[in-house]
Design a protein around this ligand. Sequence first.
Ligand SMILES: Cc1cc2nc3c(=O)[nH]c(=O)nc-3n(C[C@H](O)[C@H](O)[C@H](O)COP(=O)(O)OP(=O)(O)OC[C@H]3O[C@@H](n4cnc5c(N)ncnc54)[C@H](O)[C@@H]3O)c2cc1C
Length: 387
Amino acid sequence: MNPYENEGLNAIRDGVRALCAQFPAEYWRKIDEQKGFPETFVKALTDEGWLSAMIPEEYGGSGLGLAEASVILEEVNACGGNSGTVHGQMYNMFTLLRHGSDAQKSYYLPKLASGELRLQSMGVTEPSTGTDTTKIKTTAVKRGDKYVINGQKVWISRVQHSDLMILLARTTPLAEVTKKSEGMSIFLVDLRDAIGNGLTVQPIANMVNHETNELFFDNLELPADSLIGEEGKGFRYILDGLNAERALIAAECIGDGRWFIEKSAAYARDRVVFGRPIGQNQGVQFPIAEAHIEIEAADLMRWRACEEYDSGKNAGASANMAKYLAAKASWEAANACLQTHGGFGFACEYDVERKFRETRLYQVAPISTNLILSYVAEHLLDLPRSF
Ligand SMILES: Cc1cc2nc3c(=O)[nH]c(=O)nc-3n(C[C@H](O)[C@H](O)[C@H](O)COP(=O)(O)OP(=O)(O)OC[C@H]3O[C@@H](n4cnc5c(N)ncnc54)[C@H](O)[C@@H]3O)c2cc1C
């Protein structure tokens, strides 16, 4: 018996599915065509309390764990939607909850829970350093009761649909730290104050309908109490949040995979060519069956990651492996689905090409597949560091 098919999780699945039924494929297709943002969907998800699932009850949320949160995002994608529009709030909130001061938590968390404020953005990636995060060049220099931020970020998502952003910047130059992962700090940036006052946002047109931006910091001043946790420990805090992020993205990929498999099987049963359903041909059946097996296997690792995270264990290995397996499996499922649909897979009205583009992202962001392999090689298999 699957221990994760319990009453509580099934109720979450049913609730999210009922909400998603109000936002059918046509809704997402139109948003994609118009390169718009699903405002009404995000509002509905917020109003029903799904986005504050992991905020503790004392701060106005539901006090649920990563397992429950992962089911919410999985179901959005399994219903044909795109959780990439909202998932930031789930893992960014975790960073604030785990490392923020009491004052920060009691000010921000109730506002996030009620939907008054949105914390959808996290600024880590930089154009000149890419995945080599410890080399980031954005600096935060303390001057009196302020930090002054200078530098540049790239691919920072949902900035135009968020009030707050978690920002990683160097507070001690790389040359002055003993370990390269030290000397970076995280800040809670109030985007409403920052944009136009030292922060410039430039949208990046991209292959998915994903609102993402280049950010330019030119002497942006942040109040000293924007610092989250201790100065210099930001990289560790970010990594902690990234494990939650990886498990959540794995769940989204599993949702995508299930959508592709269901869609493929339905089409293969119905489409008749050469006088029989195409699904009667093993050449059509097998890639769908294989995708199903791989999604189910990835799902097991996703549950392991959630269980470890929720019980306070180090979920680094399982979260990375879950993200790797699920992103790969959803991509295989996407390929099988497109192939099963033949030419119709390319027609926007079937939604396959849209979901195909959306799920492809997860091989690259929020962490590329190669970097997960290198993590496993170095940290689990004790192979020499490659960088
Ligand atoms: C749509 C979108 C949204 C994003 N949203 C955010 C966001 O909100 N916040 C944020 O901070 N970032 C965000 N990102 C950035 C994303 O996390 C990075 O693109 C990703 O981590 C890869 O970094 P990079 O693009 O700089 O690639 P690079 O680091 O330049 O790497 C390029 C390729 O080389 C490979 N590679 C590099 N070094 C090695 C090595 N040593 N061994 C093997 N392979 C290697 C990588 O795996 C990758 O495939 C987003 C990206 C996209 C596309």
